[in-house]
Write a protein that binds this ligand. Structure first.
Ligand code: 5GP
Length: 114
């Protein structure tokens, strides 16, 4: 067995972290290094999927649940508008290989990505 990921270690209470919500299958963690006024991570409890491409292929229902929970927490912690970012691969900035969605919200400027 490989070591638990940083996100699992936070979820199980081994190391501290601010968990804001959870369902049977996902939990919401406040990012330790926020890139927006509200920066939350929606993370599956399973470590099975490294990134969103694997998740979409393996469990699209779980991916849909991540999107649904992202919308819910964006309404609870900001005005409901948000960016959803999945860094996918090290050259795209992914550092934790336990799939997670960044929810960026609250006072974003109007310039979109791209
Ligand atoms: P990635 O770079 O893989 O897309 O995103 C990983 C995210 O996890 C980063 O935004 C980083 O700030 C966050 N992160 C890394 N370690 C911790 C931690 O110990 N606690 C919390 N709350 N967030 C973390």
């Amino acid at each position: 067995m490989s070591e638990p990921t940083i996100f699992t270690r936070i979820r199980t209470g081994e190391i501290p972290g601010e968990i804001l919500a959870e369902t049977d299958r996902v939990f919401v963690l406040r990012d330790i290094a926020p890139q927006a006024p509200v920066h939350l991570l929606v993370i599956p409890k399973t470590e099975q999927y490294r990134d969103v491409v694997e998740l979409a292929a393996g469990d699209p229902t779980l991916l849909a649940e991540i999107v649904e929970v992202a919308g819910k927490v964006a309404r609870e912690h900001a005005d409901g508008d948000f960016r959803l970012v999945f860094n996918t691969g090290p050259h795209a900035g992914q550092t934790v290989f336990h799939v997670h969605a960044h929810v960026l919200a609250g006072g974003l400027d109007e310039k979109s990505v791209g």
